[in-house]
Write a protein that binds this ligand. Structure first.
Ligand SMILES: Nc1nc2c(ncn2[C@@H]2O[C@H](COP(=O)(O)OP(=O)(O)OP(=O)(O)O)[C@@H](O)[C@H]2O)c(=O)[nH]1
Length: 134
């Protein structure tokens, strides 16, 4: 099952206090797909805070994170490096090589830039994360 953060965001604002209850309703989460507006740089800190709260959620302790930086068709969007800097790997995650999901010390996380309306970029992200889905 994919956990689409934006769906939860829309259905149970504010995040995370109300949404953490929703997570308990999911028997098993294979992947976290986290969609961020790449042009909305002022909200990167807020996005990072939400990501950190997901990292600390035990029910998501062993899942890969696909970060999609959306709206790259809009001028002045953040570069991949910029988004990677703000939302990229932490002490809990890595973007290096294939991670054994049985290793609870670190989880795979990768940033892909995309434009949903132009239908570009996200395919590579889903292809990357699909290697972790049995
Ligand atoms: N230019 C552009 N617009 C997009 C893209 N994806 C979604 N939108 C548009 O952005 C608008 C807002 O959509 P979202 O950003 O998904 O909405 P949201 O996350 O509920 O909005 P916020 O919480 O305010 O960020 C809609 O009009 C979408 O059509 C994209 O890749 N490029």
């Amino acid at each position: 099952m994919f956990f689409l953060r934006s769906v939860l965001w829309d259905s149970c604002f504010p995040w995370p206090s109300d949404c953490s209850k929703s997570l308990e309703n999911y028997a098993k989460v294979d992947v976290v797909v986290y969609l961020v507006d790449a042009y909305d740089k002022e909200r990167f800190a807020e996005s990072k805070k939400e990501l950190d709260s997901l990292f600390s959620d035990e029910s998501l302790a062993n899942v890969p994170y696909l970060i999609l930086g959306n709206k790259i068709d809009i001028p002045y969007d953040a570069s991949e490096d910029e988004l990677h800097y703000h939302l990229g790997p932490t002490n809990f995650t890595t973007d290096k090589g294939k991670v054994n999901l049985g290793n609870l010390n670190v989880r795979p996380l990768k940033v892909f830039m995309c434009s949903i309306v132009r239908k570009m970029g996200y395919g590579d992200g889903f292809k990357w994360v699909s290697q972790y889905i049995k």
